[in-house]
Design a protein around this ligand. Structure first.
Ligand SMILES: Nc1ncnc2c1ncn2[C@@H]1O[C@H](COP(=O)(O)OP(=O)(O)O)[C@@H](O)[C@H]1O
Ligand SMILES: [Mg+2]
Length: 248
């Protein structure tokens, strides 16, 4: 199997209990579950942003849980992308500079030529995500949906092997959420794996597979496969039925 991410018996204090799963290359995997069930904690521990109390995580051949904090920070900058509900944009930088911030950090010491080519890449991504023209805006001068699109641009600048998203549509209205979901689906279609925590069954129904987390344990799994045209309603119904079984 084309294994991308392997999580083996991952534990965190009393919050996560020996959670295990494998993600394939190009997979879009959703994690659902009640509030407080440990979804965000799982994401942070898998991505090496937190120190698990037990278990192992591999990204391809790299054992993340065996790295130093410094190595983990570099790995995140070079090989992972992040999109969160609360968006974490810097208020003192404009949209373009926010998008460039992590990739510039990953390319520290790079010359002016490299910076110029990164700016071009950022502009191309912004165009793809329909937020061209907002480069110079302050983060308070764009809508929630536009800001989340900018976060997606930022997360894609280093061409990550995997994107981690924690309720990326949670703070958005329905229309903006649908737009952000469409962008994530496109990014996944183009080959980037996505691990996404969501409360939204519409988001989950766009994924290949859904895990259900309860009290820090995976207690259910639904396999949907890649989305196919005209199957949206059926997939959403499957997710709804499954969530009812799970006690959602
Ligand atoms: N930094 C922390 N220290 C102690 N407990 C925490 C911390 N962060 C979260 N928790 C607790 O861990 C549990 C899982 O939290 P979280 O992963 O945020 O859940 P979810 O994302 O599913 O809502 C909750 O009971 C929460 O109160
Ligand atoms: Mg959470």
């Amino acid at each position: 199997m084309d294994r991308l991410l392997e999580v083996e018996k991952l534990s965190k204090d009393q919050i996560l209990h020996e959670v295990s799963f494998v993600m394939r290359q190009g997979e879009m995997l959703a994690v659902m579950g009640p509030s407080g069930s440990g979804k965000s904690t799982l994401l942070y521990n898998v991505a090496g942003m937190d120190q698990p109390s037990g278990g192992k995580v591999w990204l391809r051949d790299t054992e993340i849980t065996g790295l130093t904090e410094d190595e983990k920070a570099k790995l995140r900058l070079r090989r992972m992308g992040f999109v969160f509900q609360q968006m974490n944009m810097m208020a003192n930088l404009n949209i373009l500079d926010n998008i460039l911030l992590p990739v510039m950090q990953a390319n520290k010491g790079a010359g002016r030529k490299r910076r110029a080519s990164l700016v071009m890449e950022a502009r191309a991504l912004m165009q793809k995500l329909s937020i061209s023209g907002l480069e110079e805006r302050n983060i308070t001068q764009v809508s929630g949906g536009q800001l989340q699109r900018a976060c997606i641009c930022r997360s894609m600048m280093n061409k990550p092997e995997i994107l981690f998203a924690d309720e990326p549509t949670g703070a958005l209205n329905k229309g903006a959420a649908a737009g952000v979901l469409a962008e994530l689906a496109r990014i996944n279609h183009e080959g980037t794996a996505i691990l996404i925590v969501t409360h939204d069954s519409k988001v989950a129904s766009n994924c290949d597979r859904v895990l259900y987390l309860l009290d820090g344990r995976i207690c259910g799994e639904l396999t949907l496969g890649k989305p196919a045209a005209g199957m949206d309603r059926q997939r959403e119904e499957m997710v709804s039925r499954w969530l009812m079984e799970m006690g959602w």
